[in-house]
Design a binder for this molecule. Structure first.
Ligand code: ZN
Ligand code: ZN
Length: 130
């Protein structure tokens, strides 16, 4: 089985082989800015199961756990995938870009001290303040 993830204009296109892992949520300010939404939702997959088509542009910012290098589509601006300096063998992929009937449920959540009061998380979620 394989799953596709694309940017808004389809220029940037990922194929992920195998079962999808569960998602994680991030409530940090940078994820809000990047997504324009209340939180970031993403999956982490080994680079060896991902094939990339199209030309991303990259933006690097310093995060709490090292450098984060984002790959985004220069045509439509979607941030489709990124990598964290401490995890060189993984791509992190924006969960909302996955072409699936249902996005896998989040199993953990970070920066929960910044969560909006109206957002109710599933009971099963493992939580981290930072
Ligand atoms: Zn695009
Ligand atoms: Zn974040």
């Amino acid at each position: 089985m394989s799953t596709i993830a694309t940017c808004s204009c389809n220029q940037l296109h990922l194929t992920i082989e195998g079962e999808l892992p569960q998602t994680s949520m991030c409530h940090c300010v940078e994820c809000r800015r990047r997504t324009g939404s209340a939180f970031g939702l993403q999956i982490r997959v080994p680079k060896r199961v991902v094939s990339i088509r199209g030309e991303p542009h990259c933006y690097t910012r310093r995060g709490d756990e090292g450098e984060v290098r984002f790959s985004f589509c220069p045509e439509c601006g979607t941030t489709l995938f990124w990598e964290v300096s401490g995890m060189p063998d993984s791509w992190i992929v924006a969960a909302g870009a996955l072409a699936v009937a249902e996005i896998p449920a989040p199993t953990f959540s970070v920066y929960e001290d910044r969560i909006p009061s109206w957002l109710i998380l599933p009971d099963s979620i493992e939580t981290h303040m930072a």
